[in-house]
Design a protein around this ligand. Structure first.
Ligand code: GTP
Ligand code: MG
Length: 304
């Protein structure tokens, strides 16, 4: 009989310590990787690397209802493009609502996300302790897949809904295979996460306090080794983990201001969050283009 790890779904084996699914004793329920992740928060290997296109195919073949999870700091084109490739009935679920600053008007943010990214389906808001809107979906369908990029809280939500013990961690790629959970005559399926090319991943543990910085044109803002300068004096409001180092430094060299930022736009840094730029300007940013993008502000309006 094939035995699978209850933490990540991988097939267990006790023959080769170097290979995925290894456990010293096959009677155990967890692979070594999950055991170390759960007990010591340590990653002993990167695990099976997911292929996003293959994952999409498997999800589309499942014929289940898809809950596509993403937290509000990690919404960007690559994520929405994958969301749109999911052909099942689906909803977009904004997770970790406990991390959303109090000044954000949720309804407005959801509306902005719908408009900016042209989302036709409903958008739900949950955290792993408060998930009424997800319960309503579960009541309506028999097979529900929890889909999304790594670290968006899929396994946490399933654990909280069903009292299960799937491995949860702030490391990438925790869930390795599809895990089916039977729950009140329904099947809930935890999916491995999609992988993105992020600049750096920082997951806030506490509510994010937005930080507004006045940035004069002779200074640049330094955030986690990213230098951002504005051609004109400007206000930047930063929505990122509050433990990230932020400082202002004098500009000593001539910079190339080649990124247009309209007024009230967000500069999204993949994996970190976003910065709302108040006035129309040109920016200079010292990281590769693939790590960031500009969009209309999802916070929008005058609630800052
Ligand atoms: N603040 C907060 N953190 C959460 C919430 N849900 C999950 N997290 C944290 O987010 C991180 C990732 O959670 P997981 O449930 O492992 O994410 P996943 O989507 O299953 O990730 P993969 O298995 O890698 O695809 C962990 O550090 C969790 O503690 C939530 O509702 N609020
Ligand atoms: Mg998971």
């Amino acid at each position: 009989m094939i035995k699978k790890c209850i933490g990540c779904g991988i097939k267990l084996q006790n023959e080769n310590e170097e290979k995925e699914g290894y456990t010293p004793k096959i009677e155990k329920d967890l692979c070594m990787r999950c055991f170390k992740l759960k007990n010591y928060g340590k990653v002993i290997n990167n695990g099976k690397i997911q292929n996003n296109e293959e994952l999409i195919k498997k999800i589309n073949n499942s014929k289940g209802y898809v809950l596509f999870l993403v937290d509000y700091l990690n919404i960007y084109d690559e994520v929405i493009n994958i969301y749109k490739k999911i052909k099942c009935n689906k909803s977009l679920v904004i997770t970790k609502s406990d991390l959303i600053p109090k000044n954000i008007i949720i309804k407005k943010m959801i509306n902005n996300i719908k408009n900016i990214y042209e989302i036709k389906e409903e958008i739900l808001l949950v955290n792993n302790k408060k998930h009424d809107e997800v319960n309503e979906i579960i009541n309506k369908y028999n097979k529900i897949l929890f889909v999304g990029f790594t670290n968006m809280g899929k396994s946490s939500l399933i654990n909280n809904l069903t009292n299960n013990n799937i491995t949860v961690s702030n490391k990438k790629n925790t869930t390795q295979e599809f895990i089916s959970i039977e729950y009140e005559n329904k099947v809930l399926i935890d999916c491995p996460g999609f992988i993105s090319n992020t600049y750096k991943e920082v997951i806030p543990k506490k509510i994010v306090k937005p930080i507004t910085e006045q940035v004069k044109n002779k200074y640049y803002l330094k955030i986690a080794n990213i230098n951002i300068a504005s051609e004109i004096d400007n206000n930047f409001t930063i929505y990122m983990d509050n433990y990230i180092d932020i400082s202002k430094r004098k500009i000593n060299e001539s910079l190339d201001y080649n990124v247009i930022a309209p007024s009230k736009s967000d500069l999204v840094i993949k994996g970190l969050g976003f910065i709302t730029i108040q006035k129309i300007t040109k920016l200079s940013i010292n990281i590769a283009k693939k790590y960031y993008e500009i969009r209309p502000s999802i916070i929008g309006g005058n609630n800052e």
